[in-house]
Every structure is written in C-alpha cells, then in structure tokens.
Design a protein around this ligand. Structure first.
Ligand SMILES: NC(=O)c1ccc[n+]([C@@H]2O[C@H](COP(=O)([O-])OP(=O)(O)OC[C@H]3O[C@@H](n4cnc5c(N)ncnc54)[C@H](OP(=O)(O)O)[C@@H]3O)[C@@H](O)[C@H]2O)c1
Length: 307
C-alpha cells in the first residue's frame, strides 16, 4: 500500500518538476540555439523599418535607439511632439538610419489608428513594437472614471488595434516581420493595488500568445515581451525602484538585452537575464501565494497616499 503511494507521489513530483523545467528552460534553449555570430541580423531576419509606440521615453525610447544602432530605420510614435523630435535627433546623430515621428495620443479615440495607418502606409514596415503603456498604483476605488478609461485605451485598445492593423499589413505585403507586444511580469498573477494594470497585462499575454499561432503559419514572429521592474518614469511612485539595481536595469540595459532576444526570434520572454531568474524563483510558488506576496510588496512600494 505504502509503496503504491510513494510511486504515485514520485510520479506527480516528477511530472510537476518536468513541467516547471520545460517552462523555465524553453526560452534559454531558443536563445542558446539562435544567438551568436551566426544569427542573422534584424534587417536580414525581418526587414529594415520598425515602429515603436511610446518611444518618447523609457523602454520604448531605449528600444528604438537600440534598433537604430542595429541599422533599422525607426518610426517613433507617442503623444508629445517635442520629446519625439528630441529622440529622433539623438538617433540621427548617433546612427546612420532614417527616422519618422507620428504624434498620437492613444486616449483620443479610434480615429487615432486611422491617422497612424495613413502615416505608415508607404513604408515597408517589418517590426512593430506595441510598447505604449501607463500604470497608476493604488486602490481602484481611488481612480476617477477617466483614469479607468485611459488605462484601458492605452494598455488594451492600442495593442489590439495596432496588432490587427500590422498583421493585416504584413499579410498584404508578404513581409515576414515581427510583432512585439510589451506586457509585464504582473501578467503572471493578479496584483492588488495595481489591479487594472495587471489585468491589462494578463489581456496582453493571452492575446499575444494566441496570435503567435495565427501568425506563425505565415512566417511572422509574434513575441510576448514581459519585463519586470525597469528604471523608468512609470515607477516614479517608488524611490526604491527608481534607484535601480541588479534586478532593476536601466532602460538602455534592458533594451540591449530585449533587442538581442528579438534577433534570436524568441517568442516569449522577460527580455532580461535577471528577470528570467526572478520569474524562475517566483513561479516555483502557487499563484495565490504570489498574489499575497505581490500584495505585501506593492502596498509597501506604493507609498501610503496611494493606498
Ligand atoms: N518600467 C517598468 O518597470 C515596466 C515593467 C513592466 C512593464 N512595463 C511596460 O513597458 C512599457 C513601457 O513603459 P515605460 O516603463 O517605458 O513607461 P514610461 O517611461 O512612462 O514611457 C511610456 C511611453 O508611452 C508614452 N505614452 C504614455 N501614454 C500615452 C498615450 N496615451 N498616448 C501616446 N503615448 C503615450 C509616453 O509618452 P510621454 O513621454 O509623453 O509620457 C512614453 O513615451 C509599458 O507598456 C509598461 O507597462 C514597464
């Protein structure tokens, strides 16, 4: 009787360990296989033009600059024209590529997508990075209705409309490009005091992982990019995060690593080595326990006035 129970427990334990290892090692394995000098350049693999939303600051700006360093022409999309022009000027000074800016505020309704499509229509766009996002820490009941609406428009509607447009564009132009949707480590479990933000990223995760299959049969890469903390102004509410550290890279460090992982055609990744390690440790725990830890951590991080 006991021997039977031991065998059963050993089987369940072995199965759970194999599932865990598969999840943790799949991306490092693709990276090992596809990285190195033999890996084709981004231009060769996907094409010569990329558009990046939310590229006037933070991860989007650093990502655009890193793509430009690798010889990709970039279209910078965000809401502040002056900041966009400054980023375009920095890129033009450092890299020998073309730039274009599109001023678009994603909280201004559906017509903004028509404007973006019109601006992009003559370019052989091969890479789209749906990076734009916003987040406000705190208890949902403290949000205004406008803030709820703006978060959904920026974090959910933008990625939905632009993925739809871009995949249609790639099919029509027969370009085997890449769609990168920027999610967040908060996609892995609900996060009290960032409830709407984490839910919007769970949407991005589900949406992107499903699109991967729809696009793969046409030779198009759809990548889910899910950073943990990076030192950008979205985290202004926390002095601790803004100090940075081993697990909290600068946007430049993060973008260098994330763009290398795009070049390796990885399809789902935190984008940064130490975020892989963090996720491997966190996902060893059940999601309810992670939710409790996230609640403790986040309510402490989001200083008292936000709770
Ligand atoms: N930083 C992190 O710790 C972290 C972690 C996980 C995931 N992420 C995700 O990474 C992405 C980039 O975030 P970030 O940290 O780089 O944030 P950020 O520094 O605040 O930059 C956000 C970018 O989006 C633009 N933007 C914001 N709202 C917009 C709107 N309504 N219309 C047009 N552009 C708008 C901003 O423009 P302005 O310059 O005008 O503000 C800026 O260019 C987001 O999707 C975020 O959820 C970030």
């Amino acid at each position: 009787m006991f021997a039977w129970i031991y065998s059963f427990l050993a089987f369940v334990g072995g199965y759970a360990l194999l599932c865990y290892l598969y999840e943790q090692l799949r991306t490092p394995w693709i990276l090992l296989r596809e990285s190195g000098d033999h890996a084709p350049s981004l231009r060769h693999r996907f094409g010569s033009w990329a558009a990046i939303t939310g590229s006037s600051d933070g991860i989007g700006k650093a990502y655009a600059k890193e793509l430009a360093r690798q010889g990709i022409n970039v279209v910078l999309i965000a809401r502040n024209e002056q900041k966009l022009q400054a980023v375009a000027a920095e890129i033009a000074e450092e890299c020998n590529v073309q730039t274009k800016i599109i001023v678009a505020d994603f909280t201004q309704g559906v017509q903004i997508y028509k404007h973006i499509e019109e601006e992009l229509k003559d370019l052989p766009l091969a890479i789209l990075v749906n990076n734009v996002g916003m987040g406000m820490p705190g208890n949902l009941i403290k949000y205004s209705s406008e803030q709820v609406q703006q978060l959904l428009e920026t974090n959910v509607l933008a990625v939905s409309h632009l993925s739809h447009y871009f995949l249609q564009h790639l099919r029509a132009s027969k370009i085997k490009g890449a769609l990168v949707n920027v999610s967040s480590g908060t996609e892995l479990q609900p996060v009290p005091y960032a409830a709407l933000y984490a839910a919007s990223k769970a949407f991005t995760r589900s949406f992107t992982l499903a699109l991967q299959w729809e696009a793969a049969r046409h030779g198009i890469l759809v990548q889910l990019l899910s950073p943990n903390f990076v030192v950008t102004k979205i985290n202004n509410y926390s002095k601790r995060v803004m100090q940075g550290g081993l697990f909290i890279p600068t946007p430049e460090q993060y973008a260098r690593s994330a763009v290398a992982q795009l070049r390796a055609a990885v399809d789902a990744t935190p984008g940064y080595f130490w975020h892989h390690i963090q996720n491997a440790a966190m996902t060893a725990f059940p999601w309810r326990l992670r939710l409790t830890l996230a609640q403790l951590f986040f309510s402490k991080l989001t200083d008292k006035q936000h709770n």
